[in-house]
Design a protein around this ligand. Structure first.
Ligand code: EPZ
Length: 419
């Protein structure tokens, strides 16, 4: 089993190129199933979850070419001959559930394994199911499978009780081929939703309001092939900017989208960082200073992203002061806390609140990654801990970060992969 060894070696400095967004490319790859011609996706990051999604599409019969070096995937869905997303794939990647809407809309049937929970929470899919039923689907859940069927879907009114990125995406994709108009209220507003909608429009969909709480979709008879380049990953960007702040360094993220991470930038400024934005470049300069503790409450976009909570906790572990971190999205997204405490962090958990008292130094130790963003926070903590931090189970990291140790090494970090 591979692991990463990272040593605390002072300030990071330099430029890092941001890759395409994991949480945009995964729904967009699923959306290709809606087309009646080839769809070319560019700026695709080389991530384990992308490889898994390509395998899933091939398992459905799609013809897929994946040029990893070029960051390009071309999906020709005309050869799709199955509507079954098997358990062995879905259980490794929850985002597989995003084939549900496209398969139902394009083929009138979908059998998708229930994803099951993961480290950060139970993560049900009840809202996905209710949304598709509002468009006329008949859905049963039996023997661990979501079994959906429909004639042509009918446009309808979907109102989400709470905000769900994935349920919004499944509803949006299904509605593009429904007969009539669909309104989606209390829709997720994440930038990845906007990017998915842009790709669907490039394929001939009629969508307005993506990025707001009300999306309106006017169904069309068919979607054609097209091309789309995926937006930059705002969570990867935030992760590198936090690394700069924690190490007291100066890092510029290039090919980024500054306006997609305003809440993260605001927290870095509260922590004492100088943040400079110039087009698609964001520079964090900490001027060698220790960060100030910053309170955080996670929220749906445009609030502070839950996917940055673990990283900001790592920064608060060595900040000057006490910080309260409230996780409001997932019920179990503090799996990184015990591991950070092995590195000497001072953290108290009380339900959805973590109270972090900054310490002057962390000390390196063997730790274990439990989920994607938890593993990122352990790498960040290792950058400022005395001695070596050895992070096990880094397959979690490879799901969502392209060449993380290579990019950090280029910024001056002492980090290597072993095994
Ligand atoms: C997406 O997950 C992201 N994944 C997550 O990123 C991200 O943390 C999350 O949105 C929130 O921003 C992808 O885009 C592939 P949700 P998703 O539906 O769609 C509950 C990462 O690290 N819920 O917005 O699964 C759910 O349990 C990953 O990159 C229901 O109760 O998240 C959670 O508490 C982690 N019923 C809350 O809603 C449902 O039917 C928000 O979940 C659906 C969700």
């Amino acid at each position: 089993m591979q692991r990463i060894v990272v040593s605390g070696r002072g300030a990071l400095a330099g430029e890092v190129r941001i890759s395409g967004a994991k949480n945009a490319v995964l729904p967009i790859l699923c959306a290709t199933l809606l087309a009646d011609g080839p769809v070319e996706i560019d700026n695709v990051p080389h991530l384990h979850d992308v490889v898994t999604t390509v395998r899933l599409l091939e398992g459905l019969g799609a013809t897929v070419t994946h040029d990893i070096a070029a960051g390009r995937v071309v999906v020709d869905p005309r050869t799709v001959d199955s509507h079954v997303a098997p358990y062995e794939l879905v259980r490794t990647m929850r985002a597989s559930v995003l084939v549900l809407g496209p398969l139902l809309a394009r083929h009138g049937a979908a059998d998708v394994s229930l994803p099951g929970g993961c480290a950060i929470g139970s993560r049900p899919v009840d809202m996905h199911i209710r949304a598709l039923e509002a468009l006329g689907a008949t859905i049963t859940v039996e023997h661990g499978f979501i079994k959906a069927s429909a004639g042509r879907l009918q446009g309808g009114r979907i109102v989400f009780d709470t905000i769900s990125v994935g349920a919004t995406e499944n509803a949006l994709m299904a509605a593009t081929l429904a007969d009539g108009e669909t309104t989606i209220d209390n829709a997720a507003q994440e930038p990845e939703i906007v990017d998915l909608a842009a790709c669907l429009v490039a394929m001939g969909a009629d969508i307005s309001g993506a990025g707001s709480s009300r999306i309106v979709v006017r169904g069309v008879p068919r979607l054609h092939g097209g091309r789309h380049a995926v937006i930059a990953d705002r969570i990867e960007t935030g992760t590198f900017l936090v690394a700069a702040a924690m190490t007291g360094g100066r890092v510029t993220a290039t090919h980024a989208r500054p306006n997609s991470l305003s809440a993260v930038i605001a927290k870095l400024e509260d922590a004492g960082a100088e943040v400079l934005v110039d087009g698609d470049r964001i520079t964090v300069d900490m001027h060698g200073q220790r960060s100030r503790a910053v309170n955080v409450t996670t929220a749906p976009h445009p609030g502070f992203p839950t996917d940055m909570q673990a990283q900001l906790m790592a920064m608060n572990c060595i900040a000057d002061g006490v910080a309260m971190i409230d996780e409001t999205i997932f019920e179990n997204r503090f799996m990184h806390v015990n591991e950070l405490m092995r590195l000497g962090a001072d953290i108290q958990i009380d339900g959805p609140r973590a109270t972090v008292t900054g310490v002057a130094r962390l000390s390196g130790a063997p730790v274990m990654a439990t989920d994607l963003r938890a593993s990122a926070s352990l790498v960040l903590a290792g950058l400022v801990a005395d001695g070596d931090t050895v992070i096990d189970r880094i397959y979690h990291l490879d799901r969502g970060y392209e060449h993380l140790e290579r990019k950090l090494s280029a910024l001056g970090a002492t980090i290597r992969r072993e095994g």
